[in-house]
Design a protein around this ligand. Structure first.
Ligand SMILES: O=C(O)CCC(=O)c1ccccc1C(=O)O
Ligand SMILES: [Mg+2]
Length: 336
């Protein structure tokens, strides 16, 4: 058994009826395929202090979804800690698009201090060419890659060594031990590219295990998978590593929580992955697009009722989402 007693409890103090009565499931059409998705489904819930998002990925089960719901309750019913900064630098996110499409994708983000490039969906040469194209277009940007666990140890070494200008590589290989082994191998080879853990934090039952195993130089934290802004803050503090706040492809309602977390971190070394609104073609509320490469903390944007109605998913998907909401709520109540 993992001892999680040092981690803040999940928020479980809102009745299911109240959540369900104020919830609507919508589909956000995307500009480019991302995570094999062209329509991101999310549930938006209106709480007494503002709009909140509940959007676990379709394949996530009840235990994981319960953490996402804890973040929803925090956003709509409790609120977030005070910001320590009023600008959060963000990265552009380049999906695994063909090299020739990179410039057009980057253009949607405006000027940014950093770029995250998705890799490990094609062959290694294509991955390397995509990243080199970004470096060519934005020579001064901090560049990181995200393989979403998709490389073997050998593939990761090959790609990272071919791209020595990288600032860091996010979850190049799966799991904590493989990450630790890769990090040690890169150091031994004289590489200065840092290792970031994402899935190993987001999906493990013990989010602090990465730091204990010295598997990464920094951790990627997402508000909903970690159960809310306050819970994520406490996990970062206990991990004692630099953190990058990223979007879980949230709508701009959910992005506001990510910006609140990034703004409340005592130390913010790297630009955050919170500019994903640029990947959506339509949103019900003012999209969280960066100005001069940064986002500003503030309350979640209020959806326009007409656009909300247009984006509303059909009845069968509403039922599916409401059922998920009920299941996640049941888990929260059981654990509370
Ligand atoms: O960090 C970013 O730039 C964007 C967010 C992102 O990549 C992402 C979005 C949804 C699900 C997983 C991930 C990920 O970081 O792996
Ligand atoms: Mg990632």
């Amino acid at each position: 058994m993992v001892d999680n007693s040092h981690i803040l409890p999940l928020n479980a103090d809102v009745a299911l009826d109240e959540l369900a009565a104020n919830a609507v499931a919508i589909g956000l059409p995307m500009n480019t395929t991302f995570r094999n998705t062209t329509l991101r489904e999310v549930m938006l819930i209106k709480g007494p202090i503002g709009w909140a998002e509940f959007s676990p990925f379709p394949e996530y089960g009840p235990q994981e979804s319960a953490r996402w719901l804890s973040a929803t309750i925090e956003a709509g019913w409790h609120g977030w800690p005070e910001p320590l900064r009023n600008a959060v630098p963000v990265n552009a996110t380049v999906p695994a698009v063909p090299v020739d499409d990179v410039a057009a994708v980057l253009a949607r983000f405006g000027p940014v201090p950093a770029v995250k490039v998705k890799v490990a969906e094609d062959d290694l040469a294509t991955d390397i060419a995509r990243v080199q194209r970004v470096h060519e277009l934005l020579p001064d940007a901090d560049i990181r890659i995200d393989a979403n666990t998709g490389y073997t140890h050998e593939q990761a070494v090959e790609v990272i060594t071919a791209l020595p200008f990288l600032r860091y590589a996010e979850q190049p290989v799966p799991g904590i031990e493989p990450l630790a082994r890769l990090r040690a191998a890169l150091r031994a080879a004289g590489s200065s590219v840092l290792i970031a853990a994402d899935e190993a934090v987001r999906k493990e039952t013990d989010p602090l295990a990465v730091a204990q195993a010295e598997a990464a130089d920094l951790i990627v934290v997402k508000v909903q998978p970690l159960g809310g802004v306050r819970r994520a803050l406490s996990i970062v503090e206990q991990a004692g590593l630099d953190a990058v706040v990223s979007s879980a492809l949230d709508s701009s309602v959910g992005i506001a929580a990510g910006v609140a977390l990034a703004a409340a971190l005592p130390h913010l070394e790297h630009a955050c992955g919170l500019a994903t609104a640029a990947l959506f073609a339509t949103e019900p509320a003012t999209p969280a697009l960066p100005t001069n490469g940064a986002l500003t903390p503030g309350p979640a944007p209020v959806p326009d009722p007409e656009v909300l109605e247009q984006l509303k998913l059909p009845a069968d998907r509403q039922r599916w989402w409401h059922k998920r909401l009920a299941t996640a709520h049941g888990v929260l109540m059981q654990n509370a």
